[in-house]
Design a protein. Structure first.
Length: 146
């Protein structure tokens, strides 16, 4: 946590791998860093998960964890209708969504962020080369700076 906090306070964008066993607290660390990025700088947070089930679990965790805070979290995946996804993506582009959770759907061309500042990639090894290239493009397009 201390290293990540220091990275978040640095003028250089953070690029860090956080690994540990199940129950280690990785999700909590990522959520805290994401909210720090949002609260301190008004940036948006994206959480990229390799499966729909994992995206659903992350959305549930984020919403429960920040229920008492002025944080709007949404999800895009096949669990949402096209109309629901369009509404969420429109709100994401205008900055009304603080935290977006999703599958590879987040890497689609129609996904636009107002000001992405923090990207969490869960289980990076489960994404293919094409997805990883799109993640790199997201990094270059965003204003990911502390």
């Amino acid at each position: 946590m201390a290293d990540i906090k220091r990275d978040m306070e640095s003028p250089t964008p953070m690029d860090r791998l956080l690994c540990g066993d199940v129950g280690y607290g990785k999700t909590e660390v990522a959520m805290r860093a994401g909210v720090q990025s949002r609260d301190g700088r008004g940036k948006q947070v994206a959480v990229l998960a390799p499966t729909t089930v994992l995206a659903f679990q992350h959305e549930k965790t984020v919403k429960e964890r920040f229920a008492g805070f002025p944080v709007r979290a949404e999800m895009v995946s096949r669990f949402r209708t096209k109309a629901e996804q369009k509404a969420v993506l429109d709100d994401l582009a205008t900055g009304k969504v603080d935290i977006i959770v999703g599958t590879h759907r987040l890497l689609s061309k129609d996904v636009q962020f107002r000001d992405l500042g923090f990207l969490v990639v869960d289980e990076e090894q489960r994404f293919g080369v094409g997805h990883k290239e799109k993640i790199k493009q997201l990094k270059r397009r965003s204003t990911c700076s502390p």
